[in-house]
Each structure stands twice: as structure tokens, then as C-alpha cells.
Design a protein around this ligand. Structure first.
Ligand SMILES: Cc1cc2nc3c(=O)[nH]c(=O)nc-3n(C[C@H](O)[C@H](O)[C@H](O)COP(=O)(O)O)c2cc1C
Length: 363
């Protein structure tokens, strides 16, 4: 379905970067799930741009829940949340020059000139604020059930963060970090690389690593609706995501089966894995180990250097230098979206398996 993700739990997205508002609708939530607006504000704060390494567009992200919540709990009918756009600068955007790496040309080819192109329109990272906001409700519901998600910047160019050591402690550490690295030293190096890059008018990409703990074994479907497939679909809906891998990912190509396999044994009647090269999934179904995956975020397409492109209105080859306000790197902000959509997808998979009441804390 267009603009709708999910199966038993669905997320529908609407809005454009410079339109009146952006928003999202969550459908399929059980009645009685607590909705704390502080959880939503916290999630939006982690996505909001700040400092020299982010776009100059600053939005207050004041949101309104216009349906589906009464007396602080979900009603069971669609939850609709909107966020007004208040800081647009539409005059900075020209219609015709296709920004290389952005969706201007593909949007024109699909929508024949009827698209609202201002600020990237429906293709703007701005729209992800609505995703982050509504999914905060789901993420908090999962946390109350001991299912937690955390994402860090594993690498930015050649600068590397450490990997996860204690999943639960690391998730807690990341929960309050606007710049999500596990080592302070990695944050300092990444920030200064990004600032240097921004000064030169260029942009940077990197790799995010995500873990989700607490998902029981036996969730997901074989073949088509695999856990890897569902999570990947959600990740590829995030603008600028160009790859997703689980566990060892492409490094499986460099090891023997004896190294790749995760050996297991029983502890108190529960199968426990000695390591987690398979990222918590076998045969498309969770095995009870943490779900572990990586997402690559490309460098922000809008850069302040002259580039060869086309003007698709004038049908000319041009050399174009963009105006407007853009993020020199997206990755630290994209992590809030990755966390949000991981929580959403896990909640959807659990709802398919156990029914909508499974997100209630007492069930
Ligand atoms: C949080 C977030 C912020 C973004 N900010 C910008 C931006 O300021 N400038 C830009 O050119 N792209 C930005 N992007 C990426 C583009 O929206 C994206 O590259 C574009 O829609 C093309 O999609 P694709 O890269 O998935 O092919 C942002 C993405 C996210 C997730």
C-alpha cells in the first residue's frame, strides 16, 4: 500500500517539507497503551538538528495528537499525530535543476510536475519527524515489556566507534545521547571531521549499528515476510539509507562455516547462543538472541559545490550550485528514525504473532 508500512500494525505517512504540516497515522494499536508526550518530545529532540553539523533549518516540532488517544491512553482507533512546518524558506529552491543524488528528477518523472518540490517535498528528511514522533509511543510500550532498541554510529568515513559490549547498558547510554557514539573519543573525532567537511561545502556518510534486545524466539515468517526482510523494508524507507546487513553481513564471505555458526546450549531450559553472527535471526525467524543489524547512510546529496546535472524543465545540461539549508551529515539524526522504525517493525511482528494486546504492559 502506498505510504503505508506494516501488516497488523500500520504506519501511514503524509506531508511535505514546506507544506502546512507533516503527520503520521498508527493503526492497529490495542486500546489502553499509555501515551506519554515526554517520550515523543525526547525522540524528537534526538532527531532535531543542532550545531554546525546540521541544517540551519530549526523547527520547534510542536506536535498535536488529533485522534486515537484519550485520558493518556490509546483508544484502539487510529492514532493521528501532526507537526506543523513553521520555518520554511521556499525561495531557496529552484524547480528544474535536479540535485544529483536527490529525488528531484525521479519525483518529476513520477508526478509529472504536480509534486510540491519545495524543500524536497515528500522526499525530505523533514517528513521523518512524524515517523519518530508516533513510533515513540510504540517504542515506550516495548520498553515497558523489556524490549529495547539502541543505535550508534559504528563508523563515519574511517573513524570507528567501539561495538556493543553490554547490550542493555549500551542501549541506556545511547538513549540520552544526541550524538550517538559509545566512545566519547569517537564522537569528538566524528564531529570535527563533519565540521571540516561542512566548511568545505561537502557532506559525509557512515554506518549505523542497531540492536534490539528482548524479542522472544519464534517471531517472523519463513521466506517472504522474514524478520530481515521486514526490518530492511522499513530501513530502506528512510531517505539516504542505501544498505542493510544482519549480523556479520557481508563479512560472512570471509569466514568458514565453523566461525560463522553460532553454537548454542540450554541454560535453565532456554537456548542461549555463544555468539551472535546471525544477528538474532535464523530462517527469517527470531532465535531469541538480540536482533543486530547495520544500516549505511549515504552522504547528504545537497552539497555546496558546483555539479553537472540537468534542468528537467528547460531540458538542458547545466552546472548547478544549490542554495537552501542542508545537513552536511545526516547520520546522527537518521539514528532516531532507525530506532523508531525498528521499534515499529518489531511491534508489528509481535502483533502478527501474538495479537494487538501484546503491547499492553500487563500482558
Ligand atoms: C533526518 C534526515 C535529514 C535529511 N536532510 C537532508 C538535507 O538537509 N539535504 C539533503 O539533500 N538530503 C537530506 N536527507 C536525505 C534525502 O532526503 C535523500 O537522500 C533523498 O530523499 C533521496 O533519497 P535516497 O537517498 O534514499 O535515494 C535527509 C535524510 C534524513 C533521514
Amino acid at each position: 500500500m502506498k505510504n503505508t508500512l506494516g501488516s497488523a500494525l500500520t504506519l501511514t505517512l503524509f506531508g511535505e517539507s514546506h507544506g502546512q504540516a507533516i503527520g503520521a497515522v498508527l493503526d492497529g494499536l490495542a486500546p489502553g497503551i499509555p501515551v506519554d508526550e515526554n517520550d515523543i518530545r525526547h525522540a524528537l529532540d534526538l532527531r532535531r538538528p543542532s550545531g554546525k553539523i546540521s541544517t540551519g533549518r530549526r523547527e520547534a516540532d510542536e506536535f498535536s495528537i488529533i485522534s486515537g488517544v484519550y485520558n493518556g491512553k490509546t483508544t484502539g482507533t487510529p492514532l493521528c499525530l501532526i507537526i506543523k512546518n513553521e520555518n520554511q524558506a521556499s525561495r531557496d529552491y529552484e524547480y528544474g535543476p535536479a540535485r544529483p543524488g536527490h529525488a528531484d528528477y525521479t519525483a518529476y518523472m513520477k508526478y509529472h510536475g504536480f509534486e510540491d518540490f519545495r524543500g524536497g517535498g515528500h522526499f525530505s528528511g523533514r517528513v521523518t519527524a512524524a515517523v519518530v514522533a508516533v513510533c515513540a509511543v510504540v517504542r515506550a510500550a516495548l520498553r515497558r515489556k523489556g524490549i529495547a532498541v539502541g543505535t550508534h554510529i559504528a563508523s563515519l568515513c574511517s573513524i570507528k566507534d567501539r561495538g556493543f559490549i553490554d547490550y542493555n547498558e549500551d542501549i541506556e547510554l545511547l538513549y540520552n545521547k544526541p550524538f550517538p557514539t559509545l566512545m566519547d573519543e569517537a564522537e569528538a573525532q566524528m564531529r570535527s571531521a563533519a565540521e571540516r567537511c561542512a566548511e568545505s561545502g561537502d557532506s559525509l556518510g557512515g554506518v549505523l549499528e542497531t540492536v534490539c534486545v528482548g524479542v522472544p524466539a519464534g517471531v517472523g515468517e519463513p521466506f517472504f515476510d522474514t524478520v530481515e526482510g521486514e526490518i530492511s523494508k522499513a530501513m530502506f524507507s528512510i531517505p539516504a539509507v542505501k544498505g542493510v546487513t544482519f549480523g556479520l553481513g557481508f563479512d560472512f564471505a570471509n569466514v568458514f562455516g565453523s566461525e560463522a555458526n553460532d553454537e548454542l546450549h540450554y541454560e535453565d531450559g532456554v537456548a542461549v547462543f555463544d555468539k551472535n553472527n546471525n544477528g538474532g535471526v535464523n530462517g527469517g525467524i527470531t532465535n531469541g538472541a538480540p536482533i543486530l543489524f547495520k544500516t549505511v547512510i549515504k552522504p547528504t546529496p545537497s552539497i555546496y559545490k558546483p555539479q553537472k546535472t540537468v534542468d528537467f524543465i528547460k531540458k538542458e545540461n547545466i552546472v548547478h550550485t544549490i542554495r537552501g539549508r542542508h545537513d552536511p551529515m545526516i547520520i546522527h539524526r537518521a539514528r532516531a528514525v532507525v530506532d523508531a522504525l525498528t521499534a515499529f517493525t518489531v511491534a508489528d511482528l509481535l502483533t502478527v504473532r501474538y495479537g494487538d494486546d501484546c503491547l499492553l504492559s500487563e500482558k
